[in-house]
Design a protein. Structure first.
Length: 178
């Protein structure tokens, strides 16, 4: 086997990039992922949109053009409370046929904040962002608020074993398996 398993992550927004980088590094340190998994910061890219043809080019370039090319592309996408299978189908339409074997799509039922809520033991409800805001106000005071830019601050606080109860998180971990 190659010395490293190179992964390109495509995530919903710019704030997801540092969150996922920190999360992957922590997962490696704590043996949830093998140490030979490599996800450089530069390999975490912003999703151009669920129905944007640029996604096809991004996936193909990562798997075919890179020097060396990536072994896997993982697309992280939010269903935003809608049907997970419909969201997955939206993304699948943009996966080039010759890249299907190396591409994994992980759909979050709502958004990445649901993982933060689960990992902190906060009931998720229908709006994880609101659940997180309410929890912060209760634990840090009435003026405390949540900002997307603070996502990486939660990574060290997450209970990873609790987080493994999430099917999308388990799917995320499995996506790193060759």
């Amino acid at each position: 086997m190659d010395a490293s398993f190179r992964v390109c992550l495509i995530v919903e927004d710019k704030y997801g990039r540092p969150f996922f980088f920190d999360l992957v590094e922590r997962l490696k340190r704590e043996s949830f992922l093998p140490m030979h998994v490599s996800v450089p910061k530069s390999a975490i890219r912003k999703l151009p949109g669920k129905c944007n043809p640029e996604l096809s080019r991004m996936i193909s370039a990562a798997l075919k053009i890179g020097i060396p090319p990536f072994n896997r592309v993982i697309v992280m996408v939010d269903a935003e409370g809608g049907p997970v299978n419909d969201t997955r189908a939206q993304i699948l339409r943009h996966v080039p046929p010759d890249c299907g074997e190396e591409t994994r799509i992980v759909v979050l039922k709502y958004c990445v904040e649901e993982w933060v809520c689960i990992g902190l033991g906060i009931p998720v409800g229908d709006d994880p962002v609101e659940s997180l805001k309410n929890w912060l106000r209760k634990t840090r005071g009435a003026k405390a608020d949540y900002y997307k830019g603070s996502l990486p601050e939660f990574v060290p606080k997450l209970d990873l074993n609790r987080l493994r109860t999430s099917s999308s998180f388990r799917e995320f971990l499995e996506a790193f398996t060759p």
